[in-house]
Design a protein around this ligand. Structure first.
Ligand code: COA
Length: 321
């Protein structure tokens, strides 16, 4: 295959509707071929939205205009403000330099996610090695049964607090403030804005009854902890520990464990079979909490950077993880 043509789109030159559909079809074909979604939730949402500030879409086009590869770069989420990205090549166009051409079109400091598993993970590893990329961050997918396995303990919540669920129109700003404070050091999660929350609240899986809040008993608008659970696709068998946040002022009180358990109770009450979650390898407190609640590793996602732009400490972090 001849070298593909590269086309760039951003907020001022948005993707056309047809191009966005072609990218989504490519992602579906890759997922069916590889057994894993190449684009994660936030990246997919941005393909659909087509014109997000700070998001660049890079398309690799064959001579006849077919989209044979896609990469997305997002600013301000990775450490040091480095852009983070995802990259996928159509299964029918691999080993022909398309991935290399896309990578060359991305910013030098890009942090590139690989969500691949099995043989596709080997392809990503081979591609990374050939392209001078080194792993800088690892995200663990952990899971457990909701119907069997070791039982989890009952939630104990101090009488200073009360438990209720999220009320749209009442809790948005307080939840965003709690999330920003709890994830001040987390590249993606801490930067969640009102538009991002609104976008999620418009998704088919959004269910306020699945967002458990621990509030001050005397000030029920003051959130101290939250566990946003998710069932995607709705009606499926698998639930997700989507976001657990504890206010920094109340960390160390056992609220993380309590609110996690409340969410597991909720997911079990829906009759689901399994629950999964995503956690940074270096978030040892969270990994420890989840292991003690019976979660085990299912797969590991890796983030790569060009060897020249990876800080020495990044490499160490992964090596000692
Ligand atoms: C990883 C991926 C992007 C590679 O795209 P590609 O267009 O096939 O890559 P290129 O043709 O530019 O390959 C460049 C080099 O990478 C290495 N490579 C690519 N695929 C490989 C594989 N399956 N096994 C081992 N090495 C591989 C080779 O050294 C290759 O050079 P060669 O073909 O001359 O031997 C593609 O397989 C893909 O879309 N995978 C799913 C999404 C994904 O994992 N993205 C994360 C990337 S970090």
């Amino acid at each position: 295959m001849p070298r593909p043509t590269i086309a760039r789109h951003d907020a001022t030159h948005p993707l056309t509707h047809e191009a966005a559909e072609a990218v989504l079809a490519l992602a579906r074909a890759a997922a069916a071929h590889d057994g894993a979604q190449p684009l994660s939730e936030q990246f997919l949402l941005s393909v659909r939205a087509r014109e997000h500030d700070g998001v660049e879409h890079v398309l690799a086009l064959a001579d006849d205009g077919t989209v044979v590869g896609y990469a997305q770069s997002r600013t301000g989420e990775a450490p040091d403000g480095a852009p983070s990205g995802e990259l996928v090549v159509a299964p029918t166009a691999r080993r022909a330099g398309v991935g290399t051409a896309l990578l060359e079109a991305l910013p030098a400091g890009i942090r590139l996610w690989s969500h691949a598993v099995g043989a596709a993970a080997d392809a990503a590893t081979g591609f990374a090695a050939a392209s001078g990329l080194v792993p800088v961050r690892s995200l663990h997918v952990m899971g457990r049964s909701l119907t069997g396995g070791d039982p989890w303990p009952e939630a104990t919540v101090d009488p200073r607090y009360a438990v209720r669920t999220f009320e749209p129109g009442r809790d948005e700003e307080a939840w965003l403030a709690l999330n920003a404070a709890a994830f001040a050091h987390h590249p993606e999660q801490g930067s969640l804005r009102r538009t991002d929350l609104d976008q999620r609240m418009g998704e088919p899986w959004w269910d306020p009854a699945g967002v458990i809040l621990v509030v001050e008993a005397d000030h029920p608008d003051t959130l101290v902890a939250s566990h946003w659970t998710k069932v995607d696709p709705p009606g499926g068998d698998v639930g997700e520990v989507y976001v657990v946040a504890v206010s920094p002022d109340h960390q160390g009180e056992g609220l993380g464990r309590a609110v996690t358990v409340l969410g597991l109770d909720h997911l079990r009450s829906l009759g689901l079979d399994r629950v999964v979650l995503y956690v940074d390898e270096e978030n040892t407190a969270a990994v420890h909490t989840y292991r003690r609640l019976g979660f085990e590793d299912v797969e590991v996602h890796r983030q790569y950077a060009r060897a020249t732009s990876a800080r020495p400490s990044d490499g160490d972090r992964t090596a000692h993880g």
